[in-house]
Design a protein around this ligand. Structure first.
Ligand SMILES: Cc1cc2nc3c(=O)[nH]c(=O)nc-3n(C[C@H](O)[C@H](O)[C@H](O)COP(=O)(O)OP(=O)(O)OC[C@H]3O[C@@H](n4cnc5c(N)ncnc54)[C@H](O)[C@@H]3O)c2cc1C
Length: 302
């Protein structure tokens, strides 16, 4: 592929052969052929139309906090939406662009004395990633507050989808099935007391800091919660805490996390994931399904 796409969009920042390890929360991952930072809905739409016309594969990411990008990187165009940050508040409705940090959005809501997003105070994703994943914590879920979402369909048509049609379930939304690009979300919140909202957020963040290895790079909980079990407990009981391959290690603080302790590669992460799945299945007969999204290509054999 040539650099024609860079020349076609002089007003959009597009980097070539850009290492995605700079952007992922695990600090691992190979290069994107083209990495674009669109700042508006129009820019995303134009990039998608161009890619479709030129048969260029497109990948959209947010804060890369739930991603393992394989060491061979991603072919085609990758769009990071984190420069799309606009928000509006209309009564108890908060509308936010997909690239906004969910943590910053919880602060906006608190500042406006709007309740409903407290559960997300420590989730380090973007709004788009949170919709895609139906992010949740401490009994709350994005599905509880997502009133509607504006998306681009894979053929670059703008569409609004109401929450009831987003097919939300545990760490799943319809966006995963349709391949839509989330552009913004409207959250339906309730009037609350700013001080109480802040206290709830502080409490949840303190719980998180006590249990999770926030001081090291990771991608959060690697595995989904299997029905009737807790992934972290299964991993702990299988004696896997501290297991390390290359620079990736099953966290000694929270067994559900895999942390980058020493210049890990994505291949190190994948090796630890496969080992954990195999040992837990052998010892406890439970299959651990990954929650983290694994994308991109394996490195070329040397
Ligand atoms: C320390 C830590 C703690 C965490 N705690 C939690 C937690 O408590 N609860 C929880 O649910 N998660 C948690 N996570 C995981 C993660 O933060 C969430 O899954 C978050 O919603 C991912 O958002 P993101 O923007 O980082 O998505 P990314 O990692 O960038 O992408 C994840 C997936 O979403 C897709 N995607 C992203 N943006 C868009 C978009 N605009 N349109 C279409 N598709 C898109 C990507 O293609 C990818 O498949 C944690 C992660 C870390 C590192």
């Amino acid at each position: 592929m040539t650099d024609e796409i860079v020349a076609a969009f002089p007003d959009i920042d597009i980097l070539t052969h850009e290492p995605l390890s700079t952007y992922t929360n695990t600090k691992t991952g190979g290069p994107a052929d083209f990495l674009a930072f669109p700042e508006s809905v129009t820019a995303v739409q134009q990039l998608l139309q161009y890619a479709n016309e030129h048969q260029i594969p497109v990948t959209v990411i947010g804060n890369a906090s739930n991603l393992i990008v394989k060491d061979g990187g991603i072919r085609g165009l990758v769009m990071i939406l984190t420069r799309m940050q606009q928000h509006t508040i209309d009564g108890t409705h908060l509308t936010v662009a997909a690239g906004a940090s969910l943590i910053e959005v919880t602060k906006l809501a608190q500042h406006a004395s709007l309740s409903g997003l407290e559960f997300a105070a420590g989730i380090p994703g973007s709004v788009g990633g949170a919709i895609f994943m139906n992010a949740g914590a401490y009994g709350g879920e994005i599905s509880n507050v997502a009133e509607s979402v504006q998306v681009l369909t894979p053929d670059a048509q703008l569409k609004t989808i109401v929450g009831a049609d987003l097919d939300f379930s545990y760490r799943h939304s319809r966006v995963q099935d349709e391949g839509d690009v989330v552009l913004s979300a409207t959250f339906a919140l309730t009037s609350g007391d700013g001080t109480a909202i802040q206290a709830e957020m502080d409490d949840l963040n303190a719980k998180r800091a006590a249990k999770q290895p926030l001081e090291l790079p990771s991608c959060g909980s690697v595995f989904k919660r299997p029905t009737g079990y807790f992934a972290g407990k299964l991993i702990h009981d299988a004696g896997l805490q501290g297991y390390q391959f290359g620079g990736a290690q099953v966290s000694t603080k929270h067994a559900g996390f895999i942390v980058n302790v020493d210049h890990a590669t994505a291949s190190d992460y994948l090796a630890v994931i496969q080992h954990v799945q195999a040992v837990v299945f052998e010892k406890e007969h439970v299959h651990l399904e990954t929650e983290v999204r694994i994308i991109g290509e394996a490195p070329a054999a040397s």
